[in-house]
Design a protein around this ligand. Structure first.
Ligand code: FES
Length: 236
């Protein structure tokens, strides 16, 4: 697949102009790794300089997942016909092809990737060089939420500290607190998911207005719980 339009390739939904954690750094070893972000399959691997790279997990030849392939001479090789890609998504080698392999139609959308705070971060819009870096994690206990699909979120738990106390002692003190925080985050995410499934997601007022204008009708009034509460004079 190849993004030939002037619009940059974006992941399917959600906040796409943002960095997300996709895996801890130790998980990304010599072979390609498959990850999903906002419903879109990605392949992660390390380029010739050892830096993390992320591409759309789909070969430009016949759409085979590149994560099924392997690293050959520091290039990502598709498991089917052996096309090889660099960390920028360009096709660098096609077996038995006389002539240059590097043509734009043979390239794969690439997502900016970097490592920070022990994690691999990926920017969720393809073929874009973001101006900002991921935020630096504050110390102590953090939970990083990565939207995998509409109702699936991966939580990465981070405990970071700097102290003269022995590590085992800090772990002993901090672990119960951290577990409590992570469990609470998981609980809240689950509750939010259930609420969304139950009530549905209201389109934004601007979006419904635009839609109504296009259709030449009046926009429908929102009938969510807040509106009903106001109509019936409920107090929060
Ligand atoms: S499908 Fe990847 S090289 Fe043919």
């Amino acid at each position: 697949m190849h993004s030939s339009s002037s619009e940059p390739c974006r992941l399917s939904s959600g906040v796409t102009r943002a960095w997300y954690v996709v895996c801890p750094s130790w998980e990304l070893k010599r072979q390609p790794l498959s990850r999903t972000l906002l419903g879109t399959p990605l392949v992660l691997f390390r380029g010739p300089d050892g830096k993390a790279a992320a591409l759309l997990d789909r070969c430009a030849h016949r759409n085979v997942p590149l994560s099924l392939g392997r690293i050959v001479e520091q290039r990502l090789e598709c498991c089917y016909h052996g096309w090889q890609y660099g960390p920028d998504g360009r096709c660098l080698r096609i077996p038995s092809l006389c002539g240059p392999a590097d043509k734009e139609v043979r390239s794969v959308p690439r997502f900016a990737a970097l490592e920070q705070d022990g994690f691999v971060w990926v920017y969720a819009t393809a073929d874009v060089e973001p101006n900002e870096r991921p935020f630096v994690l504050p110390s102590l206990v953090n939970a990083l939420c990565t939207p995998v699909a509409e109702f699936l979120t991966r939580i990465h738990a981070v405990i970071s500290f700097r102290t003269r106390l022995p590590r085992w002692l800090v772990k002993l003190l901090l672990n119960p607190l951290a577990l409590r925080i992570f469990k609470q985050d998981a609980f809240i995410l689950k509750a939010q998911g259930q609420a969304l499934r139950h009530r549905g997601v209201h389109p934004s007022p601007v979006a419904s207005l635009r839609q109504a204008r296009r259709a030449g009708t009046r926009p429908r009034r929102r009938t969510g719980p807040g509106t009903r509460a106001r109509r019936e004079g409920w107090r929060g």
